[in-house]
Design a protein around this ligand. Structure first.
Ligand code: ASP
Length: 322
């Protein structure tokens, strides 16, 4: 029997509300051990070790928590015996329970930073545990089965060793996105191909990540937002319109922004290339196209990249391959 570590982080899967209702609940209330106790069939597929990593609505995830989570997974993955104060059995794979709102971001972060190549599967739910027909138990069971190597409807997608399991499907960490705010299957991938090789960032010595903010463009958006955003950031991502475009007033304001900026698109699908007419910059400051990365994932890659370089050519190369 495979051994699986389940690290619980909160989300709707651990949400509690009025009994029988799907909405109006609070995320991140139940413990991971409660979620596992509610699905006795798990024991038919794996021996599980459950750890409460945190218990938050995933909108309250932070770079610090990501760094701790990556380190904890790697610590347990290499463990055979005591890890810190706990006795953890050697494990074959991981399941992370997580809110759906930022599940795609955490999955992508882990795929770029984990040393272990053991399978890591994130799952969650759209309905709270107290709903009449909650989707969390089936998702948790499916994630455990997938982590233990049992077949899922689709074949395991390529990419890294990090996936999202949701509603009977596995999605790769690089392309998965939450694409619906309300459907029971909110996860999807676009039809772009996966990069041949995912970059790896060693975060073992990091306690915090560079600050990167995403700035959203719409008709008449005030360009002074760029000035403010750059004053509180080490790098910016623009969620532009169409193929990463924005107004001439924004382009003019951007020409004074003296930190690296990645152009992405609010459409969340398709390819963004660098538009030289818009991507103006002070001498030596990077302007980079996000390629097929949506803004929230471009921000993660930029945060990790900025731990190594601000060099425009190097940043561009990294995003071209991502
Ligand atoms: N707000 C919730 C969260 O991300 C949504 C969910 O889990 O479905 O924690």
């Amino acid at each position: 029997m495979k051994r699986i570590a389940i690290l619980a982080t909160g989300g709707t899967i651990a949400g509690v509300g009025n009994p029988g209702e799907n909405l109006g609940y609070v995320s991140g209330q139940l413990a991971g051990s409660d979620l596992v106790a509610a699905v006795p069939e798990i024991a038919d597929y794996a021996d599980v070790y459950v750890e409460q990593f945190c218990n938050v609505n995933s909108d309250d995830m932070t770079g610090e928590l990501w760094l701790k989570l990556a380190k904890r997974i790697d610590e347990i993955a290499g463990a055979a015996g005591n890890v810190g104060e706990d006795t953890v059995p050697p494990v074959d794979a991981f399941v992370i329970t997580h809110g759906t709102d930022t599940m795609d971001e955490t999955a992508y972060f882990l795929s770029l930073t984990l040393r272990t190549d053991k399978p890591v599967i994130l799952t969650g739910s759209m309905r709270p545990a107290t709903a009449k027909d909650p989707d969390g138990p089936a998702n948790l069971l499916g994630a455990v089965r997938a982590a233990a190597g049992f077949a899922v409807d689709d074949e395991a997608p390529a990419g890294s060793n990090v996936w999202v399991y949701f509603g009977g499907e596995l999605f790769d960490a690089r392309r998965v996105q939450k694409c619906s705010a309300s459907k029971l299957q909110p996860m999807d991938v676009d039809d772009e191909s996966l990069p041949k090789e995912m970059p790896f960032f060693d975060v073992s010595d990091l306690e915090e990540l560079p600050r990167v903010n995403v700035v959203y463009f719409g008709v008449d958006s005030d360009p002074r937002i760029l000035e403010y955003a750059s004053s509180v950031s080490d790098g910016l991502v623009i969620a532009g319109a169409g193929a990463g475009e924005f107004s001439l007033r924004w382009a003019e304001a951007l020409s004074r922004v003296d930190i690296p900026v990645v152009m992405s698109t609010r459409i969340n699908h398709g390819v963004v290339t660098l538009n030289q007419n818009l991507a103006k910059a002070p001498e030596g400051i990077a302007r980079v196209a996000s390629g097929t990365l949506p803004p929230q994932k471009a921000a993660i890659l930029l945060r990790l990249a900025l731990t190594q370089t601000k060099n425009p050519t190097k940043l561009r190369k990294l995003f071209e391959k991502a």
